[in-house]
Design a protein around this ligand. Structure first.
Ligand SMILES: *Cc1c(COP(=O)(O)O)cnc(C)c1O
Length: 395
C-alpha cells in the first residue's frame, strides 16, 4: 500500500488516478484536466514532449546509469559544461544529486565546511521566516514553516528573519561573526505560501554578505528556469551557491544540482584530503536525468521561454485585474505564478473537486489557492484556470 505525502492517511481523500498525460493535460478515466500545478512546479514543457521522451530513450539505449564515483560519462560532462555557460557569473562547479532537498543539504554542508576548512568556527545559518527548503532534517531546520515541520520544533544554529531590510541589517550586526551563510528562496517563497518580496532585499543581502564574508545561497529549486519572470533570480543578484531542482529535467526525472562559485570551490581545493566534500548520492549525475536536462535547457532557449512566461504573467494580470472578494486577503502574481490568499482556509475547502468538474487540476493548501502553470500553456487554457479560480468565489 502507498503511504501518500503530507496526508493523514486515515482521512485522506482518494487521489485522482492518472491514466495518461500530454501537453498541459492529465487524463483520468473520465476527465481531462489542465494541470495548473505542473506536477509540483517542475513540468515546464508539459507532458509527453516528443523531444524530451526521445532524449531519454536514446540515452537508455546506451546506459541508464553509472555511478559518478571513479566514473564519468558524456551526459554529465555535457550538462555541467552547459550549466557553466548557461548560469551567471562564476557559478561553475556542479554537484549533482537526486532531489532538491538533498541539493539544499549539500549547499549547507558546503557553506559549513567552507568555514571549517579555513579554520573558522562560525556555525550559524541565517534564513527567512516562512522559508521552505525541503523535508530532510537540515533543510527543515533552515525552513520555517510550522505547517510542514511543527513536529520537529527544535532549531539549532538557525536565525530566521522577515524579508525586511531593517531586520536583515539587524541580523548582520548582531550575528555576523557567527554566520556561515544566508539561505533564501529568492523573490518567491513557494511552499511557505507564494510570498513575494522585492529585489532590493536581495541586493542589500549581497552587500552585507560581502561586507561580513558570509556566503549567500539561493535556493532556486522552485524559482529557477523562469518561474519569477527572471530566468534565474541569480541573473540579477549573484549568489555564491545556487541550488536547482524541479524544472532542471523539465520534470521528467528527479534530479538537482548545487552549483558553487570559484570562491567556494577553492575553499575545498587543497592538498589536505580532509578538505574534500564528503557527499555522494548513489544516483548523482544519472545519465537519463542529465540527457533530459540538456534537452530541456535546449528547448528553454530555442523556443524563447522567457517570452512565453512574460505572456503568461500579462494574461494573469489582465484576467485578475480588479478581482476581489471579502474572503480574499490578497491576489499575488509574479512570472508564471498566481496566488489567491484567503483569510480563512475553510473558504477554499472543496475547491479541488470544484476545479476537477471544470477540467482543472488544482492542489490548494492552507490559505492558498494558486497556479504554477506549464510554460507551454495556451491562452484559452490559462484563462480556463483563472476563470475556475474566480468562479469559486462567485459560487
Ligand atoms: C520543492 C523544493 C525543495 C525540495 O525539493 P525536493 O526535490 O522535493 O526534495 C527545496 N527548496 C524549494 C524552494 C522547493 O520548492
Amino acid at each position: 500500500m502507498i503511504w501518500y505525502p503530507y496526508e493523514q492517511m486515515k482521512t485522506m481523500k482518494q487521489p485522482y488516478k492518472i491514466v495518461d498525460a500530454k501537453g498541459v493535460y492529465l487524463y483520468t478515466e473520465d476527465q481531462k484536466l489542465i494541470d495548473s500545478v505542473s506536477s509540483w512546479w517542475c513540468m515546464i514543457h508539459g507532458y509527453k514532449h516528443p523531444e524530451l521522451t526521445e532524449a531519454i530513450k536514446t540515452q537508455a539505449d546506451h546506459f541508464s546509469h553509472v555511478m559518478l564515483g571513479g566514473l564519468t560519462h558524456d551526459p554529465v560532462l555535457k550538462l555541467s559544461e552547459k550549466l557553466e555557460s548557461f548560469l551567471p557569473g562564476d557559478l561553475d562547479y556542479c554537484f549533482f544529486s537526486d532531489s532538491g532537498s538533498v541539493a539544499v543539504e549539500v549547499a549547507l554542508k558546503m557553506a559549513l565546511q567552507f568555514n571549517t576548512n579555513r579554520g573558522s568556527n562560525r556555525d550559524t545559518v541565517l534564513a527567512l521566516e516562512h522559508a521552505y527548503h525541503g523535508d530532510t532534517f537540515k533543510a527543515m531546520e533552515v525552513g520555517d514553516d510550522e505547517d510542514y515541520h511543527f513536529a520537529f520544533e527544535e532549531k539549532k544554529g538557525v536565525v530566521h528573519i522577515p524579508t525586511e531590510i531593517s531586520a536583515l541589517e539587524d541580523a548582520f550586526h548582531k550575528y555576523h561573526d557567527k554566520l556561515t551563510c544566508f539561505i533564501v528562496e529568492p523573490l518567491l517563497q513557494g511552499a511557505g505560501g507564494m510570498r513575494m518580496y522585492d529585489i532590493s532585499f536581495l541586493q542589500r543581502a549581497r552587500e552585507l554578505c560581502d561586507q561580513y564574508d558570509v556566503l549567500l545561497i539561493f535556493d532556486e529549486v522552485a524559482t529557477g528556469f523562469g518561474r519569477t519572470g527572471y530566468r534565474f533570480v541569480a541573473d540579477e543578484v549573484l549568489p555564491d551557491i545556487l541550488v536547482l531542482g524541479k524544472a532542471l529535467t523539465g520534470g521528467y526525472i528527479g534530479h538537482a544540482v548545487t552549483v558553487a562559485n570559484h570562491k567556494v570551490f577553492n575553499g575545498f581545493y587543497s592538498d589536505d584530503d580532509r578538505h574534500a566534500l564528503m557527499h555522494g548520492p548513489t544516483f548523482m549525475g544519472n545519465a537519463l536525468a542529465c540527457a533530459v536536462a540538456l534537452k530541456s535547457i535546449e528547448l528553454f532557449e530555442r523556443d524563447n521561454y522567457m517570452e512565453k512566461i512574460k505572456n503568461i504573467e500579462s494574461i494573469m494580470r489582465r484576467e485578475m485585474d480588479g478581482f476581489t472578494d471579502p474572503r480574499i486577503k490578497e491576489v499575488r502574481i509574479m512570472g508564471g505564478c498566481v496566488c489567491i490568499e484567503v483569510y480563512d482556509s475553510a473558504d477554499i475547502e472543496g475547491f479541488q473537486d470544484f476545479a476537477y468538474r471544470r477540467g482543472v487540476f488544482s492542489r490548494p493548501f492552507l490559505k492558498y489557492m494558486y497556479a504554477m502553470v506549464p510554460y507551454i500553456i495556451q491562452e484559452k487554457e490559462l484563462v480556463q484556470i483563472l476563470d475556475t479560480m474566480k468562479a469559486w468565489f462567485f459560487n
